[in-house]
Ligand binder design. Structure first.
Ligand code: NAD
Length: 488
């Protein structure tokens, strides 16, 4: 295990830029340990990054597609060669178990290769012959893209923007979250080296730099993943120059368990537990509130608790067998705890789940015993707000129409899941207002990057993944060439 502290920098126009000010990033599993230092990017530096991306755009956009793809593939090979080092750094700064961190690095590499394959298939020029002449349709790059990402999957959520944006001919400035800035900075630096200067830039910081990146007239598109609250600020900031936006936002994804769910299906219970508690519940599409038909309530809870007690092992990301690490940061830990404590004070029962490898972890880091919250009122904040952590409310229901109404009575609409007889569950899932619904699975277990992903209502605008995601980094350009009578 690597234990030295690392320092990362902004990358602007192909150069690492030293920072006048830095901030420490602590290890969430052991907060006395500083994993590394992120730079505080100034607003002037953010503008320099935008200028560099704008200057590089014209020539990058004209590089033939096959050559752009070659750059991405070289970057993928390089990132793959550094996978183990990146995974260790990610586990230390983020708190996710090492195996999950390895999976995330693999996912980031997949994006560099997958975006290339997609581009070769979907960015071809189309020529239509009609009775009036020729129409040529091309997918042109949008221009300078700002990509802003959250802390829960810093590598994958950066690469799922950077890779399609670059291969489509855009230039990019990435700004990661200050709560997990280190591994992603290492990754972006090594990827940026494979491209001409200015094509891929990296800056750090929070709202102050964010305002520059989302309002500057030379930024054409914003690709943002994060909270609905931040997206409101971004939309305001982007309004004056009418930017193209893709917003992947928060969710309060519901799972409905139908009366015909088979309570003897041990594998289904394991999937359910993972859908709630993978990444310590810090997944946009985690099942965040669970509605269980009253006729199976007791049996479901008993079997769920025993599956959860088997699967959930809370501990340091580097301990063998750990499946749930600490919460990523103090604010998030305090927020989740306050939701659980509030529900308990209002009469809910809190059922602890799993085991902690060492009770001293609770003192050392941002650890929290995962929990079910039973019997909260439907309007309790633990039910109506996105908790984004290892505590999930379970609620009984009697009537299918009523539960569908409750599920849809939310400002969010990212994903949802229905568990039970497949046909019955499919019918119910079609009535959930969400970008993705899943049957007998949920969260990352049920998604596939070949198909569009995104939210409805205040969970987002636009789609990432698949051809739709790639094409969101392009503008359709139609060129008309009429057949004119020969001039005399
Ligand atoms: P956040 O909104 O606090 O921060 C996200 C990013 O925005 C960070 O890089 C932050 O520095 C930056 N930022 C903050 N203020 C800004 C401003 N005014 N202008 C521009 N940028 C600004 O979100 P978070 O706490 O990092 O992440 C958790 C949230 O992300 C949850 O709501 C989760 O559901 C959501 N999320 C959604 C998806 C999805 O695909 N829909 C995926 C992962 C996470």
């Amino acid at each position: 295990m690597v234990t030295e502290s690392v320092t990362v920098n902004a990358v602007i126009n192909g150069e690492e830029v030293p920072a006048a000010q830095r901030y420490p990033r602590e290890n969430p599993a052991n907060i006395k340990e500083v994993v590394g230092y992120g730079p505080v990017t100034t607003r002037d530096q953010a503008v320099q990054a935008i200028e560099a991306a704008a200057a590089a755009f014209d020539s990058w956009a004209r590089v033939p597609l096959a050559e752009r793809v070659a750059h991405l593939r070289r970057a993928a090979d390089k990132a793959e060669a550094a996978a183990e080092e990146l995974a260790h750094l990610l586990a230390r700064e983020h708190g996710k178990p090492l195996n999950d961190a390895r999976g995330e690095v693999r996912g980031a590499v997949v994006w560099l290769r997958y975006a290339s394959d997609l581009a070769l298939e979907h960015l071809k020029e189309q020529v239509h012959r009609t009775e009036r002449g020729r129409t040529i349709i091309t997918h042109d790059p949008v221009g300078v893209v700002t990509a802003i990402t959250p802390w829960n999957f810093p590598l994958v959520l950066s690469m799922n923007k950077v890779a399609p944006a670059l291969v489509a001919g855009n230039t990019v400035i990435l700004k990661p979250s200050p709560f997990a800035p280190l591994a992603v900075s290492r990754l972006i630096k090594m990827v940026a080296e494979e491209f001409p200067p200015g094509v891929l830039n990296l800056v750090h910081g929070d709202a102050d730099v964010g305002v520059e990146l989302t309002s500057h007239p030379k930024v054409a598109k914003i690709a943002f993943t994060g909270s609905t609250k931040t997206a409101r600020a971004i939309l305001r900031s982007a309004a004056d120059t009418i930017k193209n936006v893709t917003l992947e936002l928060g969710g309060n994804d519901a799972a409905i368990v139908l009366p015909d769910f088979r309570c003897d299906d041990a594998e289904a219970f394991q999937r359910f537990v993972m859908a709630n508690f993978l990444n310590a519940g810090q997944i946009c599409m985690a099942a965040k509130r669970v509605y269980i038909h009253r006729s199976i309530w007791k049996r479901f809870i008993d079997n769920y608790v025993s599956a959860a007690n088997q699967w959930i092992v809370v501990g340091d990301p580097f301990e063998e067998g750990v499946t749930v690490g600490p919460v990523n940061n103090r604010n998030q830990l305090e927020f989740v705890r306050s939701l659980v404590d509030g529900a308990r004070q209002r009469g809910a029962e809190v059922v602890p789940l799993g085991r902690i490898t060492d009770s001293e972890h609770l003192e050392r880091g941002y650890f929290m015993q995962p929990a079910l919250v039973l019997g909260a009122q439907p309007d309790d904040p633990i039910v109506t707000e996105e908790q984004f952590g290892p505590a999930v409310p379970f609620l009984p229901y009697d009537d299918e129409e009523e539960v569908i109404r409750q599920v849809n009575d939310s400002i969010y609409g990212l994903t949802g899941s229905v568990w039970g007889d497949e046909e019955h569950a499919l019918q119910v899932s079609r009535r959930i207002q969400a970008g993705t619904t899943m049957v007998n699975t949920a969260s990352v277990l049920g998604t596939d990057l070949r198909f569009p992903f995104g939210g409805v209502k205040q969970s987002g605008i636009g789609r990432e993944h698949g051809p739709d995601g790639l094409l969101s980094y392009t503008e359709i350009h139609v060129c008309q060439i009429p057949d004119l009578p020969p001039s005399r």
